[in-house]
Write a protein that binds this ligand. Structure first.
Ligand code: MN
Length: 438
């Protein structure tokens, strides 16, 4: 096992040793923050530990005099991109240093109250920002259960998966300018739709607004143009994981997507969680990519990295404006596990680059909607309410087929096993605002 993942490690901060905590010393996710009440505050890079954020822009120069120049270059920054640029060797070095400072037995920071008071921020005093300047964003479609559900609803239940689906990770190039950090409100988009009984298309606010539960990975150094990434080397290009809500306008999507795929139905917003969890932290939770006896063999360039799925529990909760007014907590609407994905992230990266397409530091690749095999594990309202035919009833008595204005969607993710520390991804949340001009 990697030294920084040792389940026996404990932190001198008590809140980091709580078994229900997303951010124990074995996690060490990185994010970008400013201090609450300072506007405009200086952006800096922090690591989540327990209920605190450790400010790396302050602590690094003090505790790493041997590598002092890395402090401002990597951590007094608006994004993780400079660190992502450096690659695995630097990522591992940084992770080891942070892990050492935080260990119970390590006095350097523990016994320095002055430094601690300057570099350790209670999480509620940190305003989180987009962790990465995303250059390119790709969204895949790699959950067999999701693709099957959609195929059953819109095409042929007997042939739900299209002929290509088990031979390549289907995906599309998305929009990076509208990627926003958790907590950002989302305007209901307007667009063109063509209701089934209408003689001509209409224009107006989206009526079938949906979430998509996804997990994304963020890349570091990529490949030169023209040089594909080998499936068995793909993990070396991946820094870490975030939760992704790929907001989707189903009615707009249905009218516009033929023949080139999603366009305005997906380009208005994509929300991501603020903490990027290094794939090293999730290494103990790696599992094999599932294959059944009926699944066809894959092309050589995709035939590898068969142990790069992750045992990661995912949940979506929903809270309407009325629930919020009445003090009713968000209710779970789906729970599932990321381990069932048919195509894993190494295969996705190998497929995207097989043409020679180049990956760059700070790219975001989303898994596609993660759905499980049971009705309570579906990853979108489209599937949960089965195209609107099985509405959800909220504790207030309100019904939902898709999302209403004022609804808040909260996605969380964590890995846990009795013999291992919990590694959490935190959360990604967003509230729907009414359409502009509506
Ligand atoms: Mn999607």
């Amino acid at each position: 096992m990697i030294e920084t993942n040792d389940p026996g490690l404990r932190c001198w901060l008590d809140d980091a040793n709580d078994s229900a905590c997303d951010f124990p010393i074995q996690n060490l996710p990185l994010g970008v923050f400013t201090l609450r009440g300072q506007s405009p505050g200086a952006h800096r890079i922090g690591v989540a530990i327990g209920q605190h954020v450790l400010d790396l822009s302050i602590v690094w120069p003090e505790l790493c005099p041997d590598l002092a120049d890395l402090g401002p270059a990597l951590f007094a920054q608006h994004s993780l991109n400079p660190l992502l640029n450096r690659g695995r060797k630097t990522w591992t070095l940084v992770r080891h240093r942070i892990s050492r400072w935080l260990r119970e037995s390590s006095p350097a920071l523990r016994d320095n109250p002055d430094l601690r008071s300057r570099c350790l921020v209670p999480m509620d005093q940190a305003v989180m920002h987009l962790p990465v300047e995303v250059g390119d964003y790709t969204d895949f479609y790699s959950s067999k259960e999701h693709a099957t559900n959609v195929g059953m609803m819109f095409r042929d239940p007997a042939n739900a998966l299209l002929p290509n689906w088990k031979h390549l990770p289907v995906g599309y190039h998305g929009r990076s300018s509208s990627i926003v950090v958790s907590g950002t409100d989302i305007h209901r988009p307007c667009g063109q739709t063509n209701p089934e009984d209408a003689p001509t298309p209409t224009f107006g606010p989206c009526r079938l607004l949906d979430f998509e539960l996804e997990v994304g990975f963020i890349t570091g150094p990529g490949n030169a143009l023209g040089r594909p990434i080998d499936v068995n080397q793909a993990h070396e290009h991946i820094f870490g994981l975030v939760l992704v809500n790929d907001w989707s306008a189903r009615d707009i999507q249905k009218w516009e997507y033929v023949p080139l795929g999603p366009f305005t139905a997906k380009n208005f917003a994509t929300s991501i969680s603020p903490w990027v969890v290094p794939i090293e932290a999730l290494d103990p939770y790696r599992v094999r990519t599932p294959r059944g006896p009926d699944d066809p063999p894959v092309q050589k360039y995709l035939d590898g990295a068969w142990d790069w799925n992750f045992d990661l529990n995912l949940e979506v909760r929903l809270q309407s404006a009325k629930m919020r007014e009445q003090g009713i907590a968000p209710v779970p609407v789906t729970r599932n596990n990321f381990s069932l994905m048919y195509w894993n992230m190494c295969q996705q990266l190998a497929h995207q680059t097989i043409t020679g397409c180049n990956v760059r530091p700070g790219d975001l690749y989303a898994s596609g909607t993660v759905s499980g095999p049971t009705p309570d594990s579906r990853g979108s309202m489209l599937e949960i309410c089965w195209k609107g035919t099985q509405p959800l009833t909220l504790p207030t008595g309100e019904q939902r087929r898709f999302l209403a204005d004022g609804d808040t969607v909260i996605m969380t993710g964590h890995s846990a096993r009795p013999d291992l520390p919990r590694i959490g991804l935190g959360e990604v949340r967003g509230t729907i605002l009414r359409a502009p001009g509506a």
